[in-house]
Design a protein around this ligand. Structure first.
Ligand code: GTP
Ligand code: MG
Length: 485
């Protein structure tokens, strides 16, 4: 069963018909930018918007390459209940001196970008279709991991959470929570103070597990780590319990109270997020930090694969009745992008794409995703490095040069953010199978180094030159190119 069938049927039908009708009057695409925490969503959106607003050269984005885009501009955000994506603040961060990356996202936000273009299509000209609105939503990556919760009941979630916390890597972080759990009788009478204590120690465990360098994904519930507007809310006062003998637990028991709160979290927090955002998407780009996974080794790759499979399951289409297509996600194009490709020399970009394609194929295969056009590519939304040649023992080696962020280290060298450094990133394996199945964890791997953003370039007309990037235009073409034909 797909998650969309859990959502509130009638209301969704009206909304989706509403979206459809609005699309006829004013063509609009809802673009989903999906990705785990730190995968690069906010940077991608900011760079994409700036490249379009600043009329960057985009040779692989047909409408721009053929000179058919007349202008692009930001419009007031159409959904009043969602805050606007703070494009100006992110731009200010990226163009200050020295430039810095935007902060991690703490709540959902949305932006509407409008493109005016010359259509090549006869019928579109007759109807005067010359504008396309693109609605883009940004949210904390932690929240994505809540979607799979919709498939679980409290007993199953408790079982999974306890099992995950028992693995060797997480035992240490889980110690205090396990101790608190040991003092509680799930069959005993419900007690608010106990619930609070348990939820607090469970949250500390989740934070500890996130700090594990092998885990790219985080454990749900996402709002426990990134509460957004729910900071301090009782909606977040629950935690898993040992469900042995749960069938016999009475109504007023601790277990029953936690069960109720878990269900309330799904109903009032996760489901609206899915319904209002994901269930209405037309196109989707899934950003994946493949390099971080490869550098993290086998466990990190396995963690990423699991997270991708679980999440794609939520977008499963393949629904075949007209009725279900009204409720089901209607995504017809999906682009997988390996972000931060500027950490590699360009000779490895195609290899990175091949690795991502294999990763996506596996996850999509297991998620039975059907009915959408899929493409995988490697990109850097903002290129923080340039390429060079380093000479070593008479040999010329392709390298990348960037400013490692303040606090980064390579070997014994510490960086302050103001010093350029040339790095030989090494080649990725030619065989993607080898890369994924036998990633070698190298704790000191230079590809772990984070670089500061490139120096902003002022233009005489005012504002800044478009951010340098890798293959951003191909991503845009794959996502929306057909709608600007
Ligand atoms: N070199 C390089 N680094 C990047 C690029 N995009 C993102 N990064 C790095 O990745 C970090 C996270 O990027 P964000 O865009 O904030 O990631 P996010 O997916 O929005 O993360 P959350 O808001 O925490 O969910 C940035 O702070 C940069 O260090 C890129 O194109 N090149
Ligand atoms: Mg973000």
């Amino acid at each position: 069963m797909s998650i969309s069938s859990f959502t509130d049927g009638a209301a969704d039908a009206f909304r989706n018909i509403g979206d459809f009708a609005a699309d006829l009057v004013e063509p609009t695409i809802r673009l989903g930018v999906t990705g785990l925490a730190r995968s690069g969503k906010t940077v991608f959106i900011t760079s994409l918007v700036h490249n379009l607003l600043a009329q960057a050269r985009m040779p692989f984005f047909d409408a721009v390459a053929h000179g058919r885009v007349l202008r692009a501009y930001l419009e007031p955000q159409p959904d009043d209940q969602v805050p606007r994506f703070d494009y100006e603040r992110h731009m200010a961060d990226l163009t200050t001196t020295p430039p810095r990356w935007p902060d991690s996202t703490r709540r959902i936000s949305q932006l509407r970008l409008t493109i005016e273009y010359e259509t090549q299509k006869f019928w579109k000209r007759q109807f005067g279709y010359t504008r396309l609105n693109i609605d883009i939503v940004d949210y904390p990556g932690e929240w994505l991991l809540d979607l799979p919760l919709l498939r679980l009941d409290y007993a199953e979630w408790s079982r999974q959470a306890l099992k995950q916390s028992g693995t060797a890597r997480r035992m240490e972080a889980a110690k205090a929570w396990h101790a608190a759990l040991g003092e509680i009788d799930p069959a005993g009478p419900a007690d608010e103070a106990t619930a609070q204590r348990l939820a607090d120690s469970f949250k500390s465990y989740l934070r500890g597990a996130r700090a594990d360098s092998h885990a790219l994904s985080t454990l749900p519930p996402g709002r426990f780590l990134m509460p957004g507007d729910l900071e301090g809310s009782p909606a977040l006062t629950f935690a898993p319990l040992d469900g042995k003998g749960a069938e016999g637990f009475a109504k007023g028991s601790q277990w029953a109270m936690m069960d109720r709160r878990f269900e309330a979290y799904k109903t009032h927090v996760v489901r609206p997020f899915f319904r209002d955002h994901f269930a209405r998407l037309d196109r989707q780009i899934v950003l994946v930090d493949v390099l971080a996974a490869l550098n993290g080794g086998k466990l990190a790759v396995a963690d990423l694969e699991r997270a991708m499979t679980e999440n794609l399951q939520c977008f499963r289409t393949g629904a075949n009745s007209v009725w279900s297509s009204l409720f089901a996600p209607r995504i017809d194009r999906i682009v997988f992008a390996a972000t931060k490709a500027d950490h590699l020399h360009h000779t490895s970009h195609d290899r990175l794409e091949a690795i991502l394609a294999l990763l996506a194929e596996d996850a999509m295969g297991r998620a039975h995703y059907a009915g959408a056009e899929v493409k995988a590519l490697a990109l850097a939304a903002i290129r923080a490095t340039r390429e060079g040649i380093a000479k070593k023992n008479g040999e010329s080696l392709p390298c990348i040069v960037g400013y490692p962020l303040s606090g980064e280290t390579i070997g014994r060298r510490h960086f302050d953010g103001n010093e350029p450094f040339a790095i030989f990133p090494g080649d990725l394996p030619a065989n993607p199978e080898v890369a994924l199945r036998h990633p070698h964890a190298q704790p000191d791997d230079v590809r772990f180094v984070r670089f500061r953003p490139p120096d902003p370039v002022k233009v005489p007309a005012g504002g800044f030159a478009p951010f340098p990037n890798i293959r951003l235009d191909r991503a845009v073409q794959a996502l929306i190119g057909d709608r600007l034909a």
